[in-house]
Ligand binder design. Structure first.
Ligand code: PHE
Length: 339
């Protein structure tokens, strides 16, 4: 019988296809058993068979379909198991391998120096006050005895948001904000960012950090300022450190001074770090000007005070012998890892 032979041949052909390593089982199924597949096209000719033969050939056709389906299923299961085995092999985890330790970061050298400075002052009874980076002209200049047109504005040229609003060029406005709110005794430090429209070079940056200090009480003298700064310098730079006051002028302190510390590298003989000076300038200071006290509602007849402002970068550079301020913001790990 022609159909019977065709069905047998079809079964064998299908078996070969299924055993083919590279065959796609879905494609094989469609090709042999699909609506337009080979089995269907054989069955389409069933009409030409005699009524006696039809059920027999029909039965054979069903058996062929069932066995092809079974072979495909078996093959699929084998493939799945193989894939799983490969995956398990590939994803094997050796739980006895040593772990990868996460590289812990550390504080930025500036943050570290700032915290050390804070600790020293907190140890002397200071508390920390904060003020805004975006400041009013009034607090940054006017209340500090720097009216419009005052030459001191030129040395602290900054970035303006509007005529009356600017990025603070110093932390001194925090002095005013604190004195407006708090009656003496006052003993605060105020670390933070300050801005100046300076071009970036090894010693200047348009953004840097200062730490302001302010003490107001009855009977505060320049001797208190000196003693306190000397204690700070010795704790920060070492016990043999000396300090030096040079007369200076700030509109908001009177008298005013710039303060140097003896070079911690050479001890004052002169070296590369202090540029052969033996001294390194780290801050400006003075006795709070009576005008500033009365601007803040504090009676200068009753109270006196001192203030200072130090550059945190300057302290860090002095402390670690860093010769370029740009290193702090370049984020080069070869630099940062040294701290
Ligand atoms: N604000 C001054 C500056 O930036 C420093 C200073 C602070 C001087 C407090 C005296 C008193 O140069």
């Amino acid at each position: 019988m022609k159909e019977e032979l065709e069905l047998q041949a079809l079964k064998e052909e299908a078996l070969k296809s299924i055993e083919d390593e590279s065959a796609d089982m879905e494609e094989v199924r469609v090709r042999f058993l699909g609506k337009k597949g080979k089995l269907t096209s054989i069955l389409r000719n069933m009409g030409s068979l005699s009524p006696e033969e039809r059920p027999r050939i029909g039965q054979i056709a069903n058996e062929v379909r069932a066995s092809i389906e079974k072979m495909i299923q078996t093959r699929n299961e084998t493939l799945k198991a193989k894939a799983m085995e490969l995956r398990l092999k590939a994803e094997k985890i050796d739980v006895t391998m040593p772990g990868k330790a996460p590289a812990p970061g550390h504080l930025h050298p500036l943050a570290r120096v700032q915290r050390e400075m804070e600790d020293i002052f907190i140890g002397m009874g200071f508390s920390i006050a904060e003020g805004p980076d975006v400041e009013l002209d009034y607090y940054n200049f006017q209340a500090l005895n720097i009216p419009e047109g005052h030459p001191a504005r030129d040395t602290q040229d900054t970035f303006y948001i509007s005529d009356k609003v600017l990025l603070r060029s110093q932390t001194s406005p925090v002095q005013v904000r604190v004195m407006e709110k708090q009656k003496p005794p006052i003993r605060i430090i105020s670390p933070g960012r300050v801005y100046r429209s300076d071009a970036l070079d090894a010693t200047h940056s348009p953004l840097f950090h200062q730490m302001e200090g302010l003490v107001v009480d009855k009977g505060i003298t320049m001797g208190d300022l000196k003693g306190m700064l000397e204690t700070f310098a010795k704790r920060m730079f070492g016990d043999s450190t000396r300090i030096r006051f040079r007369p200076h002028h700030f509109p908001f302190t009177e008298p005013s001074a710039e303060v140097d510390v003896s070079c911690f590298v050479c001890g004052g003989c002169g070296c590369r770090v202090c540029k052969n000076e033996g001294w390194i300038e780290i801050l400006g200071a003075g006795m709070v000007h009576p005008f500033v006290l009365s601007n803040c509602g504090i009676d200068p007849e009753e109270y006196s005070g001192f203030a200072f402002g130090m550059g945190i970068e300057r302290v860090a550079m002095t402390r670690y012998g860093i010769d370029d301020i740009r290193l702090f913001t370049e984020n080069d790990v070869r630099f940062l890892n040294q701290f």
